[in-house]
Design a protein around this ligand. Structure first.
Ligand SMILES: [Zn+2]
Length: 262
């Protein structure tokens, strides 16, 4: 190792302090500047570590914190969506377009509507999974079955050990970068009967809708806008339908039934 020797020069940056430079491997260096540079580097490395930890927590939320009624949905993709009819092909393309717009940073709400079993949830999942898997992988993408979420919250009323409180979901769904609310309107369990949502359901949905006014949300529902207004209220529905990109199934029949061959 080259022995360190003080030179006669002083550091320009630390002139006021008259810091003598050290000769190190034929170069004159200022020990004070060197120390500052190291501290700066260390703090940069630490912030990068913190950033990575946040990114990985956000990325993993998709598989760890989503609430699905059917785990098979995780394998849905644009590629394996079975599109035969004109409407299915067109809606698959529309879903790809929604994904591309979200990826480009646009903020809007996507609504997938139509009868049960036409493939709304698989398409919503495909948009979400692609958003989770591309780019920096630092986005929090959540798929939430509305009915299952409300059931879990209700469960905390008699089970204080459960983490799935109303606050847990409202906080989680408020911060998510991309959120799918799956099967909105199915939670009253009386679709088509004109039954109104409970105050509890309204309160939870309002909190989520309010928190997500400037964030993109993807919603699937079997109900028409009129039916949703009857079930909830016009204000909540219009908030959820702000800047809507509509993917509507009118001709497609139940794919789950059709796929059963005898
Ligand atoms: Zn210096």
């Amino acid at each position: 190792m080259t022995p360190l020797e003080l030179t006669s020069s002083v550091c320009d940056l630390h002139n006021g302090k008259l810091v003598k430079l050290i000769k190190y491997e034929e170069e004159e260096i200022c020990p004070l500047c060197e120390r500052e540079r190291n501290t700066e580097l260390l703090s940069q490395q630490q912030s990068e570590k913190i950033r990575q930890a946040h990114a990985s927590k956000a990325y993993l939320a998709f598989s760890k914190q989503s609430i699905l009624t059917d785990e098979n949905l995780y394998s849905a993709s644009f590629g394996n969506y079975e599109a035969k009819q004109h409407e299915e092909i067109a809606n698959n393309e529309k879903a790809v377009k929604a994904y591309q717009r979200y990826k480009g940073g646009e903020v809007f709400n996507t609504w997938l509507t139509g009868m049960p079993g036409v493939g709304k949830s698989p398409l919503a999942m495909s948009i979400l999974r692609n958003l989770n898997e591309t780019g920096e992988k630092d986005k929090c993408c959540l798929f939430i079955s509305v009915d299952e979420m409300l059931r879990k919250i209700r469960g905390t009323f008699d089970n204080r050990e459960s983490i799935y409180t109303e606050n847990y979901f409202v906080d989680l769904l408020s911060v998510a970068d991309h959120l799918v609310l799956d099967d909105l309107g199915a939670e009253t369990g009386a679709t088509g009967t004109g039954k109104q949502a409970s105050d509890f359901t309204l309160r939870v949905l309002y909190a989520i809708a309010n928190a997500r006014q400037n964030k993109p949300t993807i919603i699937t529902s079997n109900l028409s806008k009129g039916e949703l207004v009857k079930m909830y209220d016009a204000k909540l529905v219009s908030r959820l339908m702000k800047d809507t990109y509509l993917i509507k199934f009118e001709e497609t029949s139940d794919k789950r039934i059709k796929n059963i061959e005898f």
